[in-house]
Ligand binder design. Structure first.
Ligand SMILES: Cc1ncc(COP(=O)(O)O)c(C=O)c1O
Ligand SMILES: [Zn+2]
Length: 423
C-alpha cells in the first residue's frame, strides 16, 4: 500500500490523484501532497531512520516518492554545528547552525530537487526545468544530468557569475531573461503550460518539490536526540522553505517522535526585497514588490508564491521577521566566518543578520534553544564579497618585507571585515 494518496487543495480541500498539477481546478488554490498518515505511522521508526542512507532519503517514509528510483547525489545529512562563539557574541545560550553549504551543489536546493526529479521520473516526464534565482538552477542542472534528462532553466540575467558558471557546467539549457526573477518565472510558467510532459520542479510539480525541505526539520531533531528547538530562523524568498521546515516539525509530533512539534518560526529577507517580512512587521497582507535590487540575489523574489502561508506560519507560531540592509547582510557574512568558520553567501548573511536583529529587538530570548538555517555557500558569490575585503598586499619573499607587514597587522585585526594581511 502506498503512503501517498494524491494531491489536496490547501484552500478548499479538493482532492486529486498524484500527477503533474499545482493548482486546484475548483478554486485555483495551491495543492499539497495528501499522505496516508496511518500508513506512515505504521512504517516509520527512529531505528529505521538511523539505519538508512546518509542523505535526505533516510526520511523516505515522509517523502512523496513511491518508486525506488531516486536521484540521490547525497543531499542532506549535514552537520548541526553548536555555534558557541557566535552565540556568545549575540548573547544566546544555545545556538546551532545547520550548514547547507556542503550539499552536492552547495545549497539547500539539492534537497527539494532530489525529491522533485525523483518524483518527475514516476510521471515519465521528458525534461525537467525551473525558474531560479541561481541556486536551484545548479541543483536542477546536476540532478537532471544524473537522471539523464534535458533541463530548461530560466534565470534573471543579473545574478552572480559564480552561480552562472556552476549551472552551465552541468550542460542544461539556460535561458537568461531581461528583468527580475518574477519575469523569468512568468516565462517559465508559460513554457510549462505549453509542455505538459516537462516537469518544472518549482512550478507544475511544486507540491512534491517543497516536501524536500521538511528534511531540514527532521535532520535538526535527529541531531538534537529527537528534541525540537524553541525557535528557528530561516531565509525567505518564496516562503516555501520556512513553511516546509515548520511542517516537518509538526509531522514529527504527528508520528510521536517528539512530544511537541511547536517551534517559533522566524524569517529574514533583504530590506530591498522584503514583501513577506514587511507583511509580518505590519501584520498586513503580502504586497508584491517590483524593481528591487539587493546583494542577496538568491532571495530576490518580489511576488512570493508561498508568501501568504509563510506570513501566517510566522505569526501563528509566535515568531517574527527581520529585514536587514545590504550592508548588514555583508557584515553578517563576515561575522559568521570569523566566529564559526563557515563561509556563506548573502542568503546566509541575510539569515544571520536577521538573527542578530531579532535578538536585539527581543523577539528571540537569550535562553531559547535557537537553530539557524544557513542555506548557501559563499564561494558562489565571490564577486559580491570581494568588494568588502582587503586584498593581500604582494610582498617580496623576504623576512624584512614580512616584518614590515606585521607593523600593520594589529590595526588590520581590529577591522570588522578585513581579517587579512593587507595594506
Ligand atoms: C540559498 C537560498 N536560501 C534560501 C532561499 C529561499 O527559499 P524559498 O524560495 O523556499 O523561500 C533560496 C531561494 O532561492 C536560496 O537560494
Ligand atoms: Zn481548491
Amino acid at each position: 500500500m502506498s503512503h501517498v494518496i494524491g494531491l489536496k487543495c490547501r484552500e478548499c480541500g479538493a482532492e486529486y490523484p498524484a500527477g503533474i498539477q499545482n493548482t486546484c481546478y475548483e478554486c485555483f488554490g495551491p495543492l499539497e501532497v495528501n499522505y496516508d498518515w496511518d500508513c506512515i505511522s505504521n512504517n516509520v521508526s527512529k531505528e529505521k531512520i538511523a539505519a538508512g542512507p546518509t542523505s535526505i532519503w533516510r526520511y523516505a517514509d515522509f517523502l512523496p516518492v513511491e518508486s525506488e528510483r531516486r536521484i540521490d547525489l547525497g543531499a542532506g545529512f549535514n552537520k548541526l554545528h553548536r555555534a558557541e562563539r557566535l552565540g556568545k557574541e549575540l548573547g544566546l545560550k544555545e545556538l546551532y547552525i545547520l550548514d547547507e553549504s556542503v550539499n552536492p551543489t552547495n545549497s539547500f536546493k539539492d534537497r527539494v530537487t532530489s525529491v522533485a526529479v525523483s518524483k518527475a521520473l514516476e510521471f515519465d516526464i521528458k525534461a525537467v526545468g525551473c525558474a531560479s534565482t541561481g541556486n536551484l538552477a545548479a541543483a536542477v542542472g546536476a540532478h537532471a544530468a544524473k537522471a539523464g534528462l534535458p533541463a530548461y532553466i530560466f534565470i534573471p540575467g543579473t545574478i552572480e557569475i559564480g552561480k552562472i558558471v556552476q549551472m552551465l557546467v552541468y550542460g542544461p539549457n539556460v535561458i537568461a531573461v531581461e528583468g527580475t526573477y518574477d519575469d523569468a518565472n512568468r516565462l517559465a510558467s508559460e513554457v510549462a503550460d505549453s509542455h505538459p510532459d516537462w516537469g518544472f520542479v518549482n512550478i507544475n510539480i511544486r507540491p512534491y518539490y517543497t516536501e524536500g525541505s521538511k528534511t531540514l526539520a527532521f535532520e535538526t531533531a535527529e541531531q538534537l536526540d529527537w528534541e525540537v528547538p524553541d525557535h528557528v530562523v530561516a531565509p525567505l524568498a518564496s516562503g516555501a522553505l520556512l513553511c516546509a521546515i515548520s511542517r516537518g516539525y509538526k509531522e514529527l509530533e504527528h508520528v510521536g517522535f517528539v512530544d511537541s512539534g511547536t517551534v517559533r518560526m522566524s524569517g529574514s529577507q533583504p530590506l530591498n526585497c522584503s514583501p513577506i517580512s514587511t507583511a509580518v512587521q505590519k501584520n498586513a497582507e503580502v504586497i508584491p514588490v517590483r524593481d528591487y535590487e539587493t546583494v542577496a540575489h538568491s532571495l530576490a523574489i518580489g511576488n512570493p508564491a508561498d508568501g501568504y502561508y509563510a506570513k501566517k506560519e510566522i505569526l501563528d507560531s509566535g515568531g517574527y521577521a527581520a529585514s536587514p540592509t545590504d550592508d548588514e547582510i555583508i557584515q553578517a557574512i563576515h561575522l559568521l566566518a570569523r566566529t564559526e568558520g563557515l563561509f556563506t553567501e548573502p542568503a546566509g548573511g541575510t539569515t544571520v543578520a536577521g538573527l542578530k536583529k531579532l535578538v536585539e529587538s527581543g523577539h528571540i530570548q537569550p535562553d531559547e534553544r535557537v537553530v539557524v538555517y544557513v542555506t548557501g555557500n559563499g564561494l558562489k558569490a565571490q564577486d559580491t564579497l570581494l568588494k568588502s575585503l582587503v586584498r593581500p598586499k604582494v610582498i617580496k619573499p623576504t623576512m624584512a618585507e614580512f616584518e614590515a607587514l606585521l607593523v600593520h597587522k594589529h590595526d588590520i585585526h581590529r577591522q570588522e571585515t578585513a581579517p587579512v594581511l593587507g595594506t
